[in-house]
Design a protein around this ligand. Structure first.
Ligand code: PEP
Ligand code: MN
Length: 267
């Protein structure tokens, strides 16, 4: 891995003024999907007031079923942009195609590459041609080597602003939605110079496992987490089963704080 392998200093990636891979442990939070103006603005307010640093929300959604809600598209990006300005938080959102890269580049603070697109090499190359920070999720069937080589594709184009995100791999066990590979995330942190975060929401699909895994990530020296929240999970248009309510998210943030402090970092 000539470009992303560990060098003397770890690489710090900035989304606006938020640093990944420095002494910050960064919490990214927001709904799975942008559903409307009130929903995303309320979520942004919660995210900001509880001390998370980056807003997330999907406008282009890679749904398993073509009959499920596919996201609000460009309108969703506009709603995200407004919510993010109001709450004074940068935002990240998923990009699914090469065309969307050029369309969204001037409109978003950071790109997310989802698990289903980790192997989309044309998409990786297009993002490599920008300087936009990008969070690269591990494919749920990808080896660690394939994940790091996907990052290498982006870096080879000249964009080194890459954050790796472990979001769970598919295993034989049906009790959790996916199997969050914490060991794999720690391996990636040790083997590359890139910041590494985990997504325990998709990684487990179970709200009650998100908080302990967030603390495990901080204790292990990883660089942050991304979690999904919703003010009314039963009514959510996607991933409601794994969404944290504001109250649960507040508990997570207060449980996380002492661990982050214990490892000499800040939130
Ligand atoms: C998401 O973050 O909402 C998402 C679709 O994630 P993943 O690509 O990990 O499934
Ligand atoms: Mn989701």
């Amino acid at each position: 891995y000539p470009l992303v392998a560990r060098q003397a200093a770890p690489h710090v990636v900035r989304i606006s003024d938020v640093e990944f891979g420095s002494d910050e442990f960064v919490v990214i939070a927001g709904p799975c999907a942008v559903e409307g103006q009130d929903q995303i603005e309320n979520a942004a307010r919660v995210v900001q007031s509880l001390g998370a640093r980056v807003l997330r929300g999907g406008a282009f959604k890679p749904r398993t079923s073509p009959y499920s809600f596919q996201g609000l598209g460009l309108e969703g990006i506009e709603l995200l942009r407004r919510a993010s300005l109001k709450a004074e938080l940068p935002f990240i959102t998923e990009v699914m195609s090469v065309d969307q890269v050029w369309e969204l580049e001037p409109r978003v603070d950071a790109f997310q590459i989802g698990t289903r697109n980790m192997h989309n090499f044309e998409l990786l190359k297009a993002i490599g041609e920008t300087q936009k920070p990008v969070m690269l999720k591990r494919g749920f069937g990808a080896t660690l080597r394939e994940w790091v080589l996907a990052a290498e594709y982006i870096a080879k184009g000249g964009n080194h602003n890459i954050i790796l995100c472990e979001r769970g791999i598919r295993s034989f066990d049906p009790e959790t939605r996916f199997t969050l590979d914490l060991a794999g995330a720690i391996w990636a942190k040790q083997e590359t110079k890139l910041p590494v975060i985990i997504d325990p929401s998709h990684g487990t699909g179970l709200p009650e496992l998100i908080d302990p895994l967030a603390r495990a990530a901080a204790a292990a020296g990883l660089d942050g987490i991304m979690v999904e929240i919703h003010d009314d999970p039963d009514q959510a248009l996607s991933d409601g089963d794994q969404a944290l309510t504001s109250r649960q998210f507040k508990t997570l943030m207060s449980n996380l704080a002492p661990i982050v402090e214990a490892v000499g970092r800040r939130m």
